[in-house]
Write a protein that binds this ligand. Structure first.
Ligand SMILES: C[S@@+](CC[C@H](N)C(=O)[O-])C[C@H]1O[C@@H](n2cnc3c(N)ncnc32)[C@H](O)[C@@H]1O
Length: 297
């Protein structure tokens, strides 16, 4: 049975853009064109990685605000600055020394490196990403951090390059929303987990649905950014059903933050800026940064 708990949060308290909700660079691919969506995601995160690889990454965009500053201070700047997450999956994964962990969509490696410290020398952490530049950046970051218990593999989350029953925990930070076949992604997470293993995911999910607006759900999603982690967000109900269908139990989805207009930095499409301010706020706060936990029986 799924549980949904909402943490107390004051309006406007969300401190970050999460997974870069304001995304002025990317094209808006058609929602029914998975290849175009995938290409947009590749391009967007390839750019993020290239900037860090060329030393032009500048300040961190958004993702690292969710972490303990002391933890971040011990990691390479290029790992921290490339972070594009919307939460801190390690904070909910309860990792223990000796465990084997997989990070879905490992990006520049921040969550992998933090997990590697939690599982210690007797544990091991895999990161999987489809983007060559991100993989290069992550491997460089692991070298700089001196991490020897990590490995970054190229692959698609819909077809993971790991054997069945091989990991204790699957973590992920703002990536499930980017994928075009979420059923396959969650089935794959289930396959690679050992019995009793768990998922600990931070992601953007929609609280309720996107109905009741003068614009259709399709118009809303088409105008927002997929690469910015918004358009492809599942509803809490959809996420719960996909986890159940994959075989997971003890499913819990906890809302951590809600989006506001400020999080989009003026990058909203005309279909939405034409809404009254109250209606727009009502719509955007349905997009949430949430923690998703579940267990393989
Ligand atoms: C929002 S970033 C998050 C990276 C990292 N988890 C973090 O918190 O910074 C998304 C990452 O997922 C990767 N990604 C997106 N879709 C993927 C897929 N279908 N298969 C493998 N990697 C994917 C991207 O290449 C990118 O590096």
């Amino acid at each position: 049975m799924a549980s949904q708990t909402e943490l107390a949060q004051k309006p406007g308290e969300m401190q970050t853009e999460g997974c870069c909700a304001a995304d002025s660079h990317s094209q808006r691919p058609a929602l029914n064109d998975p290849e175009a969506i995938r290409a947009e995601v590749q391009l967007h995160y390839g750019r993020v990685a290239e900037q860090q690889l060329k030393g032009r990454g500048g300040q961190d965009c958004c993702g690292s605000d969710f972490y303990d500053l002391e933890d971040l201070s011990q990691l390479p700047d290029t790992a921290v600055n490339s972070s594009r997450g919307c939460g801190n999956p390690n904070a909910i994964a309860s990792l223990a020394p000796g465990e084997t962990v997989l990070d879905l969509g490992s990006g520049g490696g921040l969550d992998v490196l933090l997990a590697a410290r939690q599982v210690g020398d007797t544990g091991y952490v895999y990161g999987v990403d489809m983007n060559d530049s991100m993989l290069e950046l992550a491997r460089r970051n692991a070298d700089k951090a001196g991490a020897t218990n990590v490995e970054f593999r190229k692959g698609d989350l819909e077809d993971l390059p790991l054997p069945a029953d091989s990991v204790d925990a699957v973590i992920s930070n703002c990536v499930v929303n980017l994928t075009t076949d979420k059923e396959k992604v969650l089935n794959e997470a289930f396959r690679v987990l050992r019995r009793g293993g768990r998922v600990a995911i931070s992601d953007i999910v929609v609280d309720g649905d996107l109905s009741g607006m003068p614009v259709s759900e399709e118009q809303i999603r088409a105008g927002l950014s997929w690469a910015g982690c918004i358009s492809g967000a599942l509803t809490i109900s959809e996420f719960t059903h996909l986890l159940q269908a994959a075989g997971f139990q003890d499913i819990a989805i906890t809302i951590e933050q809600r989006y506001t207009t400020e999080d989009f930095n003026g990058e909203l499409p005309p279909a939405l800026t034409n809404l009254s301010p109250n209606m727009l706020q009502d719509l955007l706060q349905r997009f949430t940064g949430s923690s998703i936990q579940a267990r393989k029986p």
